[in-house]
Design a protein around this ligand. Structure first.
Ligand code: AHG
Ligand code: MN
Ligand code: MN
Length: 329
């Protein structure tokens, strides 16, 4: 089954206008993904690696491919006719699109190139997206978007040895693999179910000195041998959230990016709520997993800034529940 055929079958769970908008947008993102995969494969040859100069709103040094990815995503969403506004990692303010303001119009939040530190070393990168009803697109501010439970669909593309698109429209999480010859996506991983408990965790342990004591104790626990509970867990960390969440979704276990708690009154997450944390939360929950900030469900958090950051602990339900227990202790 192709991605477009699968999108057409999602009508049952969504209001019909929303389902039409969702199918138009996700299908376009699939087409953009095929172009991005091509560009990544030739980036070194086309002198497209390296920095563009300048930083984005969250202070990251922007790479040439971040800028290019943002531009082609913006153009494609405009053409879809179903995107009323785009919140992109690479634009300080939402980009309004009058073309997509009708009843099918959606607000799309997107990280066009996730894991850009991997670009220049030929490592895996991704694209993350989240769709919400636009309600006529109210530029009143980010809070008008509501919590993550308002998302009607979310997904990511992983540019690895194969290009994979995983999405949910609220009835399970489904994975597609691109045929490189045609750029078309085919369903290869229907209804993904995350294992109840895993054997692998992913976290940037270089930041250990900044973590909440519960987070430190939890990682220490995962590293301590104990046959009965399957410890120690193995550590895997790629530097691209998409790749780390994809492995977690298929093999189980945890991906974590906890807050910097050096000032306990001001916890500082790194990953952004609207286009990284919330969509991954929905995708993993729809596969039977859980996503937490350590103290609350990720999908219950409402953004007060478009580029707001949040902590995330996402993966197998038993593993996430245990992490939360360590935060409570
Ligand atoms: P982006 O490239 O979109 O800014 O996202 C990078 C993110 C995410 O993909 C990854 O999990 C994390 O940053 C890695 O951060 P560290 O280098 O701090 O581990
Ligand atoms: Mn990212
Ligand atoms: Mn990015």
């Amino acid at each position: 089954m192709t991605l477009d055929e699968h999108l057409a079958r999602q009508q049952a769970t969504l209001a019909s206008d929303q389902a039409r908008g969702m199918a138009l947008v996700v299908s376009r993102i699939g087409s953009v993904a095929a172009v991005i995969a091509q560009e990544l494969a030739h980036a070194a040859l086309r002198v497209q690696l390296g920095y563009a100069g300048g930083t984005n709103l969250t202070g990251d040094q922007v790479k040439k491919l971040d800028v290019w990815g943002h531009e082609i995503m913006t153009a494609a969403l405009r053409k879809s006719g179903a995107c009323a506004a785009l919140v992109s990692e690479e634009a300080p303010e939402p980009i309004e699109m009058p073309e997509g303001k009708g009843s099918t119009g959606l607000v799309v939040a997107c990280d066009p190139v996730d894991g850009s530190s991997n670009l220049d070393v030929n490592g895996t990168v991704g694209t993350i997206f989240s769709l919400r009803p636009s309600r006529g697109w109210d530029p009143a501010g980010p809070a008008a978007l509501g919590p993550g439970t308002e998302q009607i669909a979310a997904g990511y593309v992983m540019y690895g040895p194969a290009t994979t698109l995983v999405y949910t429209a609220g009835s399970g999480t489904h994975g597609f693999t691109m045929d490189r010859a045609t750029g078309e996506f085919f369903l290869t991983h229907p209804d993904i179910r995350i294992p109840q408990k895993g054997k692998v965790y992913g976290i940037n342990e270089g930041n250990i000195s900044t973590w909440h004591p519960g987070q430190r104790a939890f990682v220490e626990y995962l590293r301590t041998p104990d046959k009965a509970t399957g410890r120690p867990y193995s550590l895997r960390y790629s530097g691209a959230m998409v790749a780390d969440v994809h492995r977690t979704l298929l093999d189980g276990g945890l991906f974590m990016y906890p807050a910097d708690m050096r000032d306990p009154a001001k916890p500082k997450g790194k990953l952004r709520l609207l286009y990284e944390v919330a969509p991954m939360g929905m995708i993993v929950e729809q596969a039977g997993g859980r996503a937490s900030t350590g103290t609350e469900r990720v999908l219950d958090v409402t953004a007060t800034e478009y580029h707001q950051r949040a902590a995330i602990i996402v993966g197998s339900p038993d593993d996430v529940a245990l992490a939360e227990e360590f935060y409570r202790r």
